[in-house]
Ligand binder design. Structure first.
Ligand code: SF4
Ligand code: FES
Length: 248
């Protein structure tokens, strides 16, 4: 199959960027989207041109590195899918596909499709961990966790920190990402001792990084490759209100 690609090229954070057209033939429907970009880059390198910079690591949907907009949708048109697990069979032969980096003030472009997502790391560093000594792994039944809490915590823990939720949101809000981390830790016994400090420091860091406020648009949930539910934002807000009221 043949595809026409319109790819955002930008030499660096301060450089002006723009869409550049490429045409790629001889593609197979079972190739992944990133394999297609690999082929493009091989051709560009052979021609002595600068290859397209893009992020990836695992290529199996677990690391969250492969951040890019495909036809205006974070991770492309397939629901519950990272762009590394998006295959060319989902596109029509001869289609034109526009590929751009995440667009958010807190995610400055580094080069081409690569953005700096370290703002998400700083939100985690502000409190998204358990610092109490939990000892070595105990016998599983010594620490009872209600089944619904365990299930809900694990549903939130699958967040891979890709930032698609931010890219989809008209406010560039990181509330789904931050809410997922809050919910994951707040529901488990190991997370309880730091529960109140955690939600306050993480929400404050989220605001300092320049992410916008949540206005319940729901775009984040619609594009999240791990289908994190928007209810994590409600829990984050409840946890935050409870923690700040106790401080008064
Ligand atoms: S909540 Fe979903 S879209 Fe947002 S960072 Fe986590 S996995 Fe990515
Ligand atoms: S490369 Fe790891 S999730 Fe896509």
């Amino acid at each position: 199959m043949t595809l026409k690609l319109r790819i955002w090229r930008q030499d660096g954070p301060e450089a002006a960027g723009g869409l550049v057209d490429y045409e790629l033939g001889g593609l197979l429907p079972d190739m992944s989207f990133l394999e297609m970009l690999d082929i493009l880059n091989e051709q560009l390198t052979v021609r002595g041109e600068d290859p397209v910079a893009f992020d990836y690591d695992c290529r199996e949907g677990i690391c969250g590195s492969c951040a890019m907009m495909v036809d205006g949708i974070p991770h492309g048109p397939e629901p519950g899918t990272t762009v590394c697990q998006l295959f060319l069979r989902h596109f029509a032969d001869g289609a034109t596909i526009t590929v751009e980096p995440w667009r958010a003030r807190a995610f400055p472009v580094v080069k081409d499709l690569v953005v700096d997502r370290s703002a998400l790391d700083r939100i985690i560093a502000a409190g998204g961990y358990v610092s109490v000594d939990t000892g070595s792994a105990p016998e599983a039944n010594l620490l009872p966790v209600p089944k619904p809490d365990a299930e809900t915590a694990m549903d939130a823990a699958v967040c891979i920190g890709c930032g698609a939720c931010v890219a989809a949101c008209k406010n560039a809000s990181a509330a789904l990402f931050t809410g997922a981390k809050i919910e994951h830790l707040a529901l488990l016994p190991q997370g309880h001792p730091e529960r109140e400090r955690r939600v306050v420091t993480m929400v404050e860091q989220m605001e300092q990084e320049g992410f916008g406020a949540c206005s319940n648009e729901g775009e984040c949930m619609a594009v999240c490759p791990k289908e994190i539910p928007i209810s994590v934002i409600s829990r984050m807000n409840r946890e935050y209100v409870r923690a700040t009221l106790k401080r008064l």
